[in-house]
Design a protein around this ligand. Structure first.
Ligand code: AHR
Length: 325
C-alpha cells in the first residue's frame, strides 16, 4: 500500500540541502538517487468539498499507488490551519517532497520558509499561494481567469448580451475564486446590458450553493435569468433551488459553471445545466512525473497550466462516457 493517512508515521530520509535544489538522496547531493518506492511524499489536500476535489485526491492517490511512492495524505477539511499544521508535520517527519493543494492563498509564507530551510521542495497543485516563487518548486493549476472569461463569453452569446445574473462565488480566500470572478467580469463588461444582480459565496459546495440560491431567488423574485457558478457543485445546488421555486433551470434561468464533472454532464443531458467550462483535476500523472524529476535533481517548469475546454449541453450525451471524472 503506497498511500497512508497523516496519522501513519514514516521514517525520515535525508533532507539536507536547499529546497528547489536537488531533493534529498539525489546524485547531485552526492548520494545514489532514490527509487520511486523509496520516495515519501506528504500531501496536504484542501478537503473534499466538491466532486472535482474528490477526483483530484483520487488521481493523486492512485498514481502514488501505481508508482509505489509512499503518500502521506492529510485532509485539511477546508480549514487553512489544519493544512499548515499538516505541512509542519511533514517537515518534522522529513518527507522528500511536500505537495500542497491550498484552501486559501494567503498565510503560507512562514511554513514555506520553514520547508525551504529544511531542504524539502514544495509542489503546489490545484491552486496557487501568495508567496515568492522561490519558496516553492512548481505550481500546476488551470487558467482560472480564462475559465471565468469563457463562461462570460458563452453567456453573452446565449443572451445576446442581455442578462441579469446571480454569481455563486467559490471560497473567497482562494485565488481561484478571485480569478474566476475577474475573468467573468472582464467578459461581461463588454455588454452594458449584462448585470450581476447578486454575488455571494457558496464555498464550492452543493449544500451552500443551494442555500445561497434559495435566499437570492427569494430576494430577487422575477429578476434573474442567469446563474454563473464558480463550480459545478454550486450550480447543481442552485438547480435544486430553482426547481424548488417552481422555475425551470436551463430554460427560465440559464446556468453556466466550471469543472465539467460527470454529474454536470448528467444535468446537461436532463436540460438543467446549459454549459460547463472544464477544469481538469486529473493531476496525478503529471504531479508524480514532476516529483520524480525533482528528486532526481532535474529542472522543472515553475508553472504548468492544465488546459480545459467548454462543453455545452448539446455535446453532453456524446461526451459523458469518455469523462474521466
Ligand atoms: O481549485 C479548484 C476548485 O476547487 C474547483 O473548481 C472546485 O470545484 C474545487 O472545490
Amino acid at each position: 500500500m503506497a498511500s497512508a493517512s497523516i496519522a501513519t508515521g514514516c521514517s525520515r530520509g535525508e533532507s539536507d540541502g536547499a529546497a528547489q535544489k536537488p531533493a534529498s538522496g539525489t546524485e547531485a547531493a552526492g548520494r545514489k538517487p532514490k527509487k520511486p518506492s523509496e520516495i515519501v511524499v506528504g500531501f496536504s489536500q484542501t478537503g473534499a468539498e466538491s466532486s472535482w476535489r474528490i477526483a483530484h485526491s483520487k488521481s493523486i492517490q492512485e498514481e502514488a499507488e501505481k508508482r509505489q511512492i509512499q503518500l502521506l495524505f492529510a485532509d485539511g477539511q477546508n480549514v487553512h490551519n489544519n493544512q499548515v499544521n499538516a505541512v509542519n508535520g511533514f517537515i518534522t517527519k522529513g518527507v522528500d517532497v511536500i505537495v500542497i493543494a491550498p484552501q486559501e492563498s494567503m498565510g503560507w509564507k512562514p511554513t514555506l520558509k520553514e520547508a525551504k530551510r529544511a531542504g524539502i521542495p514544495v509542489v503546489l497543485t490545484s491552486r496557487g499561494v501568495d508567496a515568492d516563487e522561490d519558496l516553492y518548486a512548481t505550481v500546476m493549476v488551470a487558467d482560472f481567469v480564462w475559465e471565468g472569461r469563457r463562461a462570460g463569453e458563452w453567456l453573452a452569446k446565449q443572451t445576446n448580451g442581455s442578462a441579469r445574473i446571480i454569481e455563486l462565488v467559490g471560497t473567497p480566500a482562494a485565488d481561484v475564486a478571485a480569478m474566476r470572478k475577474d475573468g467573468f467580469a472582464e467578459a461581461i463588461a463588454k455588454h452594458p446590458d449584462m448585470k450581476i444582480i447578486a454575488s455571494q459565496s457558496g464555498d464550492f459546495t452543493r449544500t451552500k450553493g443551494k442555500a445561497v440560491m434559495e435566499t437570492l431567488l427569494a430576494a430577487h423574485k422575477g429578476e434573474i435569468n442567469a446563474v454563473y457558478a464558480h463550480n459545478d457543485d454550486m450550480a447543481l445546488g442552485a438547480i435544486q433551488a430553482i426547481q424548488a421555486a417552481g422555475l425551470k433551470p436551463g430554460q427560465d434561468i440559464l446556468v453556466v459553471s466550471v469543472d465539467a464533472v460527470k454529474p454536470a454532464f448528467e444535468a446537461m443531458i436532463e436540460g438543467k445545466l446549459n454549459a460547463t467550462v472544464e477544469c481538469n483535476p486529473m493531476h496525478g500523472p503529471l504531479l508524480f512525473d514532476t516529483i520524480e524529476k525533482i528528486v532526481r535533481g532535474e529542472t522543472v517548469p515553475k508553472r504548468t497550466i492544465v488546459p480545459g475546454q467548454i462543453f455545452e449541453r448539446e455535446q453532453a450525451a456524446a461526451a459523458i462516457s469518455a469523462r474521466p471524472y
